[in-house]
Write a protein that binds this ligand. Sequence first.
Ligand code: AMP
Length: 178
Amino acid sequence: MKIVLIGIQGAGKSTQGSMLSEKYNIPYLSSGHIFREMAKEKTKLGRWLKELLNSGALVPDDTTLEVVLTYLKKPEYKDGFVLDGFPRTVAQAEAFNGSIDHVIYIDVSDKEALWRISGRVAEREDETLSAIRKRISLFHGVTTPVIEYYRQKGKLRSVDGEVSIEKVSDAIIAAIEA
Ligand code: AMP
């Protein structure tokens, strides 16, 4: 089963992604995690990525596609995955012709997301308020059209992300198994 999770930072994608990974026995893959690991490398590419990530800007589509699609070719992703953070632009969605079974949009308001993120201890160097604001604004500008793209293809399911972790999980599983 191939699942894509879409939602703003703080929507609970990694929590839900890990739960789905366990339930359906498929690997969880986060494009943000891949980029954060790459940004640790003391190379020109690593330094460039680190600066991009810390600013909250998106990695350009060509780099993102090359990195993520190469990852997905690994044998462990052949039979399915839960993907968090990709595709994030319509160009990425169009280039990613993977046979996605379900696209789940976890709907959380900006206010709730900011509240959640500010209430947790920053675990990441790129979790500054300005980077978070930039990511939220890019989500509305660039990723909302991806939601529309999948809606038109009849693949999108939206769930309310402002209820308990268990309720969100139940709603996602109900959407997948409907
Ligand atoms: P995330 O953990 O999903 O919030 O991603 C952290 C950062 O990684 C983002 O702010 C972007 O700089 C980069 N990133 C992750 N996924 C993508 C993507 N699909 N397209 C472009 N940049 C991405």
